[in-house]
Every structure is written in structure tokens, then in C-alpha cells.
Design a protein around this ligand. Structure first.
Ligand SMILES: Nc1ncnc2c1ncn2[C@@H]1O[C@H](COP(=O)(O)OP(=O)(O)O)[C@@H](O)[C@H]1O
Ligand SMILES: [Mg+2]
Length: 407
């Protein structure tokens, strides 16, 4: 196991000295090296989305660093903290012990000591992995181009997740100029995500149920009717997601693709960003453009591509599509005009027995980080027989292909 760590080192020379030592030892990757003490929400966001096992914390400003320790301890269990400092100071050592920090690394760093710390940290991380009472399963769905099928996939994936035991999930409609989610699900509630945002800072259990619409174990904050020029403050959207993290297993956010400021904020909070595209050249071109943009703002590593409306008659092969995108396609979804429209007409989810429904279900499992249940033996045989029929062209739907996660 390669350890993942975040280094917080306002004293740059000392931090460089430390990262140099870590590099020399190996077996540990510095996923973020912060030259300043981060803002509270930034730090929580980083730990949630980067999932390090250990934080190396420079003690240049004792008060700030102790605040950070308290914040991390309050939010995460199993996250190891190693304090480092420019010299050995026994009074600091005592204070660290009092707040529960046992790993203290004073300069000059002895390689043997650093190695021993890493071994202890790794053992502890293996025994009790980092966990939090707040979910980190926040997912953004971003169209490469309007009409890619993003809202369709987001809504149906959220429903598929909510079907699983303890799969309660929240669907946030942040395409504020469409209102499609409300229509697709035939929701009656007049309260919108903007109402929720207004109360986000002091949200509570009494207010929340009035704001959301429930569909089984899925709750929805829809966008209401079209309103031009609406804005959502960064803090409001963060507060809303923070509240939801405590109450749901997972959060899916449907974005417009216009890269509004609040959409970027949500993507920063997300564990993964799903860019939805179709096999057409304009859609792929815009998917690649969005990917470049997200890379430029340091979000590239959480991008995953979903290829929607795939069909046998597509001009481009999957490998050609991946070449165009510059990354692997995580999952493909067949074109199923009839299935999608039938569901829409009934205000229901896409049938789980269709090929499209099955792929959506599979994505739901992946998002809850669960493995798909094994089919019973007999069902497996039957499924095998059916796939044989598809091979001979009896199936109406296109074959689907999955790659592993994007490169
Ligand atoms: N897999 C699919 N097969 C057939 N039609 C689809 C599929 N996915 C989406 N659609 C249709 O494509 C259109 C655009 O979908 P929508 O979800 O609104 O896209 P977006 O949110 O990316 O703008 C809708 O008419 C929808 O019914
Ligand atoms: Mg949409």
C-alpha cells in the first residue's frame, strides 16, 4: 500500500526538507503540498476528495496548527497526523500529547525515525481506515453539450442508488434554467433549490422535509420554473452540501454545462465529475474542451467520461472516441429512444430490465462503492443464452462496452 499524504508547511524550507525525505524513503505519495494553513472548508474538502491516510502538519503557528488538529479530529476518524517542527521543543511535545498527537518529527529529520513513523502510520491506516460521519460520495454530472442525456442519466442513477439497501440519496438540480428534473419526476412541491439555499446556513431537520420532494429513498431539490439570471452564493451551496453530507449516503448533482461559478464550487466538492457525451463529433469536441478546462483548474483527476446514446451504427469506434477525448470512457449507455420516452411519459425511471437500465444500475453500484451482487447460477445461464441471441442480431439494442475508469 502506497500511503497518501497531505503536507501543510508554511515554513517552506522545512516542508521541502520533509518532502525530500519522504521521496527518498518511497512508499508514500504527497497528494497535496500546501504552502499556507488552509481555510477550514478547503482543508475538509481536500481530505474528503483526496482521501489521504496521513497529514504532515508544520507547527510554525502553534495556535493555527492546533485548530487544524481539532478540526481534523472532529471530522475524521483514522486520519493520522504527524506534526513536524524546526527543532525539538519539549513543551510543544507535551501539548501535542495532550491533544492526542503522538507523532512528532523535529528537525533535523533522522531517516530512520521518519521510516519508523511511516511504518506506524501505515499499520494504523490498515487497521482503522480513515472514516467520517459525513459522506464523501458527492458526484457532479456535467453535459459536454446540452442534450447529451446528462439529466436523464443523473435522475435515473440517483433512483437506482436509492433502490439499494441504505442507498438513500439526494438529487440536486442545479440546471437552474431548465426545470427538467421536476418535469421528469412529476414533482408537485413548489419549493426549489433556491429556497433551500436561502436557508442553507441554518438548515435543520424541521425545515429540510418541507424543501425536498421524496421518491422512495431519493430526495430531490428541484430547480423550479425558469428564472433568468439567478445566482447562488458559493457559501450557500457549500452549506447545503455540508448539511446533505450528514444525512445522505450519496449526493448527485445535475449541472447545466454552462460552468457557472456555483457549478465549479460543486465540482470542487465532488469526489468525481462525470462528463456526459454522445458519440457525435461536436459532443466529443466539447467534452475534450471541458476536460482541458477542468485540468487547468486542478480538477482533471476527478473527471470520468460517460458515453451516452451509443449504438452499433456509430461512425466512431470506442477506441477512436477515447483517442479524441484523451482518456478512457468509464461506462457506455446504449441509445434507447423508446425506453427513455416511455419512462418520461409515465414520470417513472427507465426500466431496470432494459440494457440502458442495467448500465444505469451498474453505475449506481459503482457510485455507492459497492460491488454488484452475483447473479444466481440459473439466472447467469439464462443471461448467457440471451447474450447469444444478441450476438446473432436478434437484440434491438446496441452492444455496450465498458472500460475501466478513465486514465
Ligand atoms: N440513452 C438515451 N437514449 C435515447 N435518448 C436519450 C438517452 N439519454 C437521453 N436521451 C434523450 O436526450 C434528450 C436530452 O436529454 P437530457 O437528459 O435533457 O440531456 P442534458 O441534460 O445533457 O441536456 C432527451 O430528449 C432525452 O430523452
Ligand atoms: Mg440537463
Amino acid at each position: 500500500m502506497v500511503l497518501r499524504c497531505i503536507v501543510i508547511g508554511p515554513e517552506r524550507e522545512l516542508a521541502d526538507y520533509l518532502t525530500g525525505a519522504l521521496q527518498e524513503l518511497g512508499g508514500i505519495a504527497v497528494v497535496k503540498d500546501l504552502p499556507q494553513y488552509p481555510h477550514e472548508y478547503e482543508l475538509l474538502r481536500m481530505v474528503r476528495t483526496m482521501a489521504p491516510q496521513v497529514v504532515f502538519l508544520g507547527l510554525q503557528d502553534l495556535e493555527r496548527s492546533f485548530e487544524i488538529v481539532r478540526l481534523l479530529q472532529g471530522e475524521f476518524t483514522g486520519l493520522q497526523i504527524v506534526a513536524f517542527h524546526d527543532a525539538l521543543d519539549s513543551s510543544i511535545l507535551m501539548k501535542l500529547m495532550q491533544i492526542g498527537i503522538r507523532e512528532y518529527l523535529p528537525s533535523p529529520f533522522e531517516m530512520k525515525e521518519v521510516a519508523e513513523i511511516l511504518i506506524r502510520v501505515r499499520d494504523a491506516a490498515e487497521k482503522s481506515p480513515m472514516a467520517s460521519a459525513q459522506t464523501n460520495l458527492v458526484y457532479s454530472f456535467l453535459p459536454s453539450k446540452p442534450g447529451s442525456g446528462t439529466t436523464t442519466l443523473t435522475v435515473n442513477t440517483a433512483i437506482a442508488m436509492a433502490r439499494q439497501p441504505e442507498g438513500n440519496c439526494l438529487l440536486l438540480d442545479l440546471d437552474l434554467n431548465s426545470g427538467l428534473v421536476r418535469f421528469l419526476l412529476k414533482l408537485e412541491n413548489d419549493r426549489t433549490i433556491l429556497d433551500a439555499a436561502e436557508h442553507a446556513a441554518n438548515m435543520d431537520e424541521a425545515l429540510w422535509p418541507n424543501l425536498v420532494s421524496s421518491r422512495g429513498r431519493m430526495d430531490v431539490l428541484h430547480a423550479g420554473r425558469i428564472q433568468a439570471g439567478v445566482r447562488l452564493a458559493d457559501t450557500a451551496i457549500r452549506d447545503l452540501i455540508d448539511y446533505a453530507r450528514k444525512n445522505y449516503k450519496a449526493i448527485c448533482v445535475d449541472l447545466s454545462g454552462n460552468m457557472e461559478k456555483y457549478a465549479i464550487e460543486v465540482m470542487k466538492e465532488s469526489k468525481k465529475i462525470f462528463v456526459v457525451c454522445t458519440p457525435e463529433i461536436p459532443s466529443l469536441h466539447l467534452a475534450r474542451e471541458k476536460f482541458h478546462y477542468l485540468k487547468a483548474i486542478d480538477l482533471g483527476d476527478r473527471v470520468n467520461f460517460l458515453l451516452n446514446r451509443q449504438s452499433k451504427t456509430d461512425l466512431l469506434q470506442l477506441s477512436e472516441i477515447e483517442n479524441l477525448l484523451g482518456a478512457k470512457v468509464m461506462m457506455s449507455f446504449p441509445n434507447d429512444y423508446r425506453g427513455v420516452n416511455q419512462a418520461m411519459a409515465e414520470g417513472k425511471e427507465i426500466s431496470a430490465s432494459t440494457e440502458l437500465g442495467k448500465q444505469i444500475n451498474k453505475l449506481g453500484y459503482a457510485l455507492l462503492e459497492r460491488s454488484m451482487p452475483e447473479l444466481p447460477k440459473q439466472a447467469k445461464q439464462e443471461a448467457k443464452g440471451l447474450s447469444g441471441l444478441f450476438k446473432f442480431g436478434v437484440g434491438r439494442l446496441a452492444a455496450i462496452s465498458d472500460g475501466e475508469s478513465k486514465g
